[in-house]
Design a protein around this ligand. Structure first.
Ligand code: B3K
Ligand code: ZN
Length: 881
């Protein structure tokens, strides 16, 4: 079905299912091309639905082989079966069993939704609506059933057979080369959490005893020969399970917990009950093939999927509009876990960078939507930074607003009250309203309204009266479908910074909630602080307490004072970012004067120089964040319209180069002091030291290319880990030269046979900000490691190119044409990966007119293609609207 014909599904049209399925007995006989699926469904009329309603089961590309009710084959006239639906117009008006047999071809399933077989492993992906590609079903999250699954396969082909829940039986199929395993999951679940895996896999395992005394066998399954790379994932699992017991009081609830890594996967990972399936990129790690960033991502994603066991699985979503109920909350939980495991301020900075680059940009463009969308054509297009990252920010604000204790009580109440149900945002919020005694109806607007609010702040000090007045106002720009915006509830954590640090806050304003928190919930507010002994500098939105833009006109000198004196690490970091952003925004406008940039470079250089001397070694991970300027794409977003990527990029290069020059004196000493000794360790402190060294290396490459190239070559040759080797490659890509090409070639030789490492190699090249990159990328598509069929390769090379601000947005439009051609080609085999890639066009409307014209042309060409998937057509349509 084409998108224009695809129905718009609306939240307001939600109705409970007319039928429920209490139990599902699946018998799946795996075969590469002819997998037989027999499903025995115990159906029951839903008291909350219409009685006497027809039974309409969802399907997707299915072929029905047999059908019976209560064991009796159904007359052909009593039903209709198409690939998309199985309809029984007059089912029995009472409980009955339905046996449905289908046959599917896992090898032909290139969409990687439903059951597929790739790299000789059978696996499934059912969220959001992949189960209907396995058998006809009521494929909606509010239909929850208890599953028993018998899997059968050739022993040699699939010695390992896994499904959800606990293993209850295994055996041989007499007289054949086949065996079977039976799994039972006692927890009712929606179909999207069903999973199976079959294949020859190695594993590592570890016993675990939950805080409430339940013995659990944990295991991580990987491709044969890779078990020595599974240890970090297993270790992360143990740590996050303990953390969830301690911080949220949540225990695990089955006898086994299995994680399986597969090499062809549409996204990061999937939280199937008791059987998490992962993109191998987020499981496999050793010092030679994974970077510090990979170690951190693995830890975070293992935790994320595990945390879903309570926030997602035991309590699931009533309908897909409630997606943020599980995703925003679970991202919040994984962020908190990583913050506790690592450095909280550094984690917050990293998360805010991601939020701004992915979500703020989405919110500012044609694909903007509320955290809880009201309508969709293709739900898979709503697994977005808005649902995930902004959804997590909403939870974080809730916690700030009601306080830690009420937040924990609200969570406990939610777990107690909603366990075993398919819930809504309203039910979730009600728990916190009850626990805190606060009315959260205004707060709920965060779920309904898209767009990033802007807070405009200004302050004045009355020296005579020793009073400081802060004026705050908010507004949210119009977004598609929502021209009128109302004020939202903005928790603004703040401090007044004097010459000797934070000044005490005294005010009689009722907008002041205590503990440095002001709540701005109307269009504007003015708040006066008394007994302020000196003219302070306001430090607003500490810890980034609300996902908003802040406009506060502070002089560079004031920002520099915040950088050195603010007690809030986030705002220390933000102060330098603000100085750089302001200068880059000014210099990045077409025809802008570059002079102010030189002054900023000098000021930043000096501040950083002093900072590195004083505390560079105290917290290297924080220092690395401080050194990293806002990215060119951040500046483009700040400018917001008539954007010329080249102008921004050249301003960015010259500022970075100048800052690099100011710091170059530090580099040898600091680099030596930061060098880690002994074998590689993945812990946050060691990673922080490498991060700072490598940040300096990148600056050196820009400040002094010849010297920088020497350093890169040396580091590449001597490093004992991928983090440092990749950093050497990345820094070298900034230096156009023969030496760069040699290093690129050496890297490929060193990591031949390591596709996940070569992904990084592909991406590093796709990100080179030079006109030759397009041809380079086209050539790399011919490299043996590249395949359009593997999502990781596509995301690395083509996704990398689409994230290259100057080259994707080439002035001749060729970058758009290239990416859109690939989207069209890919759409024939894997619509989800294709539509993600098309999302790279999300910021096209902020560009200058000529580029806009080319981008529109490319999008329109996609939109006009016949037989587009719903996924791609939906993005094209909304991007153009
Ligand atoms: N819930 C899955 C994402 C499913 C995406 C479907 N298109 C992974 C996660 O968020 O944990
Ligand atoms: Zn999730």
């Amino acid at each position: 079905m084409r998108n224009d014909d695809a129905p718009l599904i609306r939240l307001e049209d939600y109705r409970p299912s007319d039928w429920l399925i209490d139990t599902v007995d699946l018998d799946i006989s795996l075969h590469p091309q002819k997998t037989r699926v027999r499903a025995l469904l115990a159906l029951r009329p839903n008291p909350a639905g219409k009685s006497g309603a027809p039974l309409v089961l969802d399907g997707d590309e299915l072929a029905l082989k047999a059908l019976s009710i209560d064991g009796k084959p159904l007359d052909a006239a009593a039903y209709t079966a198409t690939p998309q639906a199985l309809t029984i117009p007059s089912p029995p008006p009472h409980d009955f069993t339905l046996t449905v047999e289908t046959e599917i071809d896992p090898s032909a399933n290139t969409k990687l939704m439903g059951l597929y077989r790739s790299s000789r492993v059978y696996c499934t992906q059912c969220e959001a609506d992949g189960f209907r590609r396995i058998t006809y079903f009521l494929d909606r999250p509010d239909v929850m059933s208890v599953y028993t699954v018998r899997l059968e396969a050739a022993k040699a082909e699939a010695p390992v057979l896994l499904s959800n829940g606990n293993l209850v039986a295994t055996g041989e199929v007499p007289g054949s080369d086949r065996h079977f395993a039976v799994w039972h999951d006692p927890h009712p679940k929606p179909a999207y959490l069903f999973a199976l895996v079959g294949g020859a896999l190695d594993h590592v395992r570890q016993p675990y005893v939950t805080a409430d005394g339940h013995k659990v066998e944990l295991a991580v399954y990987v491709e044969p020969g890779k078990a020595d790379r599974a240890g970090w994932a297993l270790d992360s699992l143990v740590r996050c399970m303990r953390w969830d017991e301690q911080v949220f009081g949540r225990n695990y609830d089955l006898d086994v917990f299995n994680v399986v890594a597969v090499s062809d996967f549409n996204m990061g990972a999937m939280e199937n009950k008791g059987l998490n399936i992962f993109n191998d990129k987020y499981v496999l790690a050793d010092p030679q093939t994974a970077t510090d960033g990979d170690y951190a991502s693995i830890e975070a994603i293992i935790a994320h999927e595990y945390f879903h066991n309570w926030t997602g699985n035991r309590i699931t979503c009533r309908d897909w509009f409630q997606l943020c109920l599980k995703e925003g909350l679970t991202v919040f939980r994984d962020q908190e876990f990583s913050a506790d495991e690592r450095s909280r301020p550094v984690k917050r900075i990293a998360d805010v960078r991601t939020l701004r680059s992915t979500q703020f940009s989405e919110d500012a463009g044609p694909l903007a939507h509320p955290v809880r969308p009201r309508a969709y054509k293709e739900i898979n297009n709503f697994y977005t930074p808005t649902v995930y990252e902004k959804g997590a920010e909403v939870i974080r604000m809730l916690k700030v607003l009601i306080g830690d204790e009420a937040f924990r009580q609200g969570m406990d109440l939610y777990f107690e009250r909603c366990d075993g149900t398919a819930a809504t945002i309203e039910e979730f919020l009600a728990c916190f309203a009850e626990a805190s005694g606060q009315d959260l109806s205004h707060f709920a607007r965060w779920y309904e309204q898209s767009g990033t609010p802007t807070i405009v702040a200004s302050g004045r000090y009355d020296a005579k009266a020793k009073r400081y007045t802060l004026d705050l106002a908010q507004s949210t720009p119009p977004t598609p479908g929502q021209p009128e915006k109302a004020p939202v509830v903005l928790p603004i954590s703040l401090g007044l910074v004097g010459t000797k640090g934070d000044l005490p806050l005294k005010t009689s304003s009722n907008a002041y909630a205590g503990d440095g928190l002001v709540v701005l919930d109307g269009p504007s507010l003015s708040i006066t602080f008394d007994d302020v002994p000196e003219a302070p500098i306001p430090s607003l939105l500490r810890g980034f307490s609300a996902p908003a833009r802040l406009e506060l006109d502070l002089a560079d000198a004031d920002l520099l004072r915040l950088f050195s004196a603010d007690s809030d690490s986030f705002n220390r970091w933000q102060a330098l970012q603000s100085i750089a952003t302001r200068a880059l925004v000014a210099a990045g406008r077409p025809g802008a004067d570059k002079q102010p940039l030189a002054a900023t470079a000098a000021a930043l250089g000096q501040a950083l120089d002093a900072f590195l001397s004083a505390e560079g070694l105290a917290d290297p991970a924080f220092a690395a964040q401080v050194l990293r300027l806002p990215a060119p794409a951040d500046i483009a977003r700040e400018i917001g319209r008539d954007v010329d990527p080249e102008a921004i990029f050249s301003a960015h290069r010259s500022l970075s180069g100048a800052v690099g020059k100011a710091l170059i004196g530090h580099m040898p000493g600091l680099s030596a002091a930061l060098a880690t000794s002994g074998p590689y360790r993945a812990d946050a402190a060691s990673a922080g030291r490498r991060a700072l060294r490598n940040e300096l290396l990148g600056l050196a490459a820009l400040a002094a290319p010849a010297k920088g190239a020497d350093l890169c070559e040396e580091q590449f040759a001597t490093a004992d880990n991928l983090t440092d080797r990749l950093a050497a490659l990345a820094a070298m890509t900034l230096i156009p030269s023969e030496r760069r090409e040699n290093l690129i070639a050496r890297f490929a030789e060193a990591y031949a046979g390591e596709p996940l490492v070569l992904d990084k190699w592909l991406m590093a090249q796709a990100l080179i900000a030079e006109p030759g990159t397009l041809d380079r990328v086209k050539k790399l598509m011919q490299h043996p490691v590249f395949s359009l069929g593997n999502p990781n390769r596509v995301r690395a090379l083509i996704g990398g190119f689409a994230a290259n601000l100057t080259q994707f947005n080439r002035p001749d439009g060729e970058g758009y044409a290239f990416v859109s051609d690939i989207v069209v080609a890919l759409d024939r085999t894997n619509p989800q990966v294709a539509s993600r890639l098309l999302g790279s066009f999300k910021s096209w409307r902020m560009l200058e007119p000529r580029r806009q014209r080319f981008a529109r042309e490319a999008l329109s060409t996609v939109a006009r293609m016949p037989n587009l998937s719903r996924d791609v057509a939906d993005i094209a349509e909304r991007a153009l609207a």
